[in-house]
Write a protein that binds this ligand. Structure first.
Ligand code: TXE
Length: 479
């Protein structure tokens, strides 16, 4: 029997083990470092029952009280930051600090910041009409039980993005982390349950291919699903949710284009572009994934990006000097390899990388590919890994059309010193967020979400909070 620690589920305030458990792999070594309880549909039943039982009292609490408790959760995260950061690095491979400071510290620090900001948000009653005849008020009410299903790239931060607005609005939650990264989430839910009433925040876990996720998406006791992950799984969830008309927020894949205009200072923008594409090894939904560069600066910018890729230190994230860790899992490593092979076949010129790095972990060299256009897999599909296509363009108006010719619509960016021109171009990009002279920087008070096949709805800020509520209109006739 393994001596690895087993992380339990948490249902109705109690730790729950299952008949079996599954291994959690450290991608820097490809060896297991922990196990997690392998739940099944019966655990989903129990967790939903607990969340339903806890819902009326939680919804009835005052806004001030819920806001206060969420503020306490931010303090709990802060107090346990070193332990949580270590767990993030062990299960995701993310370096402690990381390229451009995007690492485990940012993951836990971001979780704290989002919790603090969400604790301060509110959705006051809106008065539409108030005259001698009538008063019309619009109230925001919690939905009931929210199911959160999270991915492996930012497991703690994305769980926080889901949970905090759901709780703030008065819902109770059943959370299922990715089978690849359940540990930090399990530890956080344990800590949070010392603060929250039993049943308000429940955790179920399932091994790869388990029935847990699908059981949540069809359960009649769940009112809403908030999901971050692949477009393919998002479609399945939407299909399953149709039978009970569950509310949905889906944050799915992206294939974000960055468009670099000829007026930039190449040396100044190159490090920002490199970090936007390669932080967390490209495994972030809003990483820069297609880089369009004007022909007049194409060679110069490629040379700068190459120098940056050659200087970056890749290794075990526990080594504080490392800027990039391993790819998070074997499946993703193999997917990146397959995309690199396709890029080779399709005529891509590899400026660097294009191969695994030595060692037992899932390490892959930062890879830059020139000379490809739309019609190649690396440009058309989300790579979600450390391999960036740099695409030449001639005409700015034409490149906007090319960038938009993609089924994804999460983010995009324009790089120029001419902010008026950037503002006009931004409006023409078909995506949920446009950044100018940066890429991928989300913040807890600004809405973020995808259009087209990148998702449904938004997260963060008041717009995101509203998605965890239903509207009730009350019309009172005075005469
Ligand atoms: O994601 P899945 P995977 C992309 C990335 C990657 C691809 C596949 O391109 O290569 O997705 O990764 C749960 N009902 N992104 O397979 O399947 C699953 O257990 C309910 C982009 O890891 O989407 C996990 O908790 N739940 C992305 C979660 O869904 C189901 C981040 C995500 O897994 C389910 C991650 C089902 N039928 C990967 N099947 C981003 N946008 O940031 C799986 N799950």
């Amino acid at each position: 029997m393994s001596e690895l620690p087993i992380y339990p589920m948490l249902i109705a305030g109690q730790p729950v083990l299952a008949a079996t458990s599954f291994e959690v792999i450290n991608p820097a070594t490809a060896a297991p470092f922990a196990r997690a309880a392998a739940g099944d549909a019966s655990h989903v039943e129990a967790a939903v029952a607990a969340a339903r039982a806890a819902f009326p009292a939680w919804a009835a609490r005052s806004d001030t009280e819920r806001s206060r408790l969420i503020g306490v959760l931010a303090e709990v995260l802060q107090a346990n930051m070193p332990e949580l950061m270590r767990l993030v690095t062990l299960e995701t491979g993310k370096p402690v600090d990381g390229l451009n400071h995007v690492g485990a510290g940012m993951e836990v620090g971001g979780a704290i910041a989002w919790t603090q900001v969400t604790s301060q948000l509110d959705l006051p009653v809106e008065v539409i009409q108030d005259n001698a005849e009538a008063r019309v008020e619009v109230h925001r009410k919690p939905l009931g039980v929210v199911a959160s299903i999270t991915p492996w790239n930012w497991p703690l931060m994305i769980a926080i993005w889901h949970i905090m607005p759901a709780l703030r609005a008065g819902n109770t939650v059943v959370l299922k982390p990715s089978e690849l990264t359940p540990v930090t989430t399990a530890r956080f839910v344990e800590l949070a349950n010392a603060v929250l009433p039993p049943g308000v925040l429940n955790l179920v876990m399932g091994a790869a291919g388990s029935e847990v996720g699908p059981a949540m998406t069809i359960h009649p006791g769940i009112d809403k699903i908030v999901f971050t992950g692949s477009t393919a799984t998002g479609r399945k969830i939407m299909g399953n949710a149709a039978a009970t008309l569950k509310r949905l927020t889906l944050e799915l894949g992206g294939n974000d284009a960055g468009i670099v205009l000829p007026d930039v200072e190449v040396k100044a923008v190159a490090p920002k572009l490199f970090a936007a594409a390669f932080h967390n090894n490209g495994q972030t939904c809003a990483c820069l994934k297609r880089l369009y560069v004007h022909e007049s600066i194409y060679e110069a910018l490629c040379a700068e990006l190459l120098a940056l890729a050659q200087a970056v230190k890749v290794g075990d994230g526990l080594d504080p000097a490392c800027q990039l860790g391993p790819i998070q899992n074997r499946m993703q490593l193999e997917k990146v390899e397959a995309i690199a092979e396709a890029a080779r076949r399709q005529g891509g010129q590899f400026l660097c990388g294009g191969e695994r790095l030595p060692g037992s972990g899932y390490f892959y060299a930062p890879t830059i590919v020139a000379g490809l256009d739309e019609g190649s897999q690396l440009v058309d599909e989300e790579q979600f890994g450390p391999i960036l296509p740099v695409i030449r363009y001639v005409d700015v108006d034409e490149v906007v059309v090319r960038a938009n010719r993609n089924s994804n619509g999460l983010g995009g960016s324009i790089w120029t010193r001419d902010l008026d021109r950037a503002a006009a171009l931004a409006l023409r990009l078909e995506c949920g967020t446009v950044w100018v002279n940066e890429h991928g920087a989300v913040q807890p008070d600004a809405p973020f979400g995808g259009i087209k096949q990148s998702g449904l709805g938004v997260e963060f800020g008041r717009h995101g909070l509203a998605e965890f509520t239903s509207i009730q209109t009350i019309k009172m006739m005075k005469a």
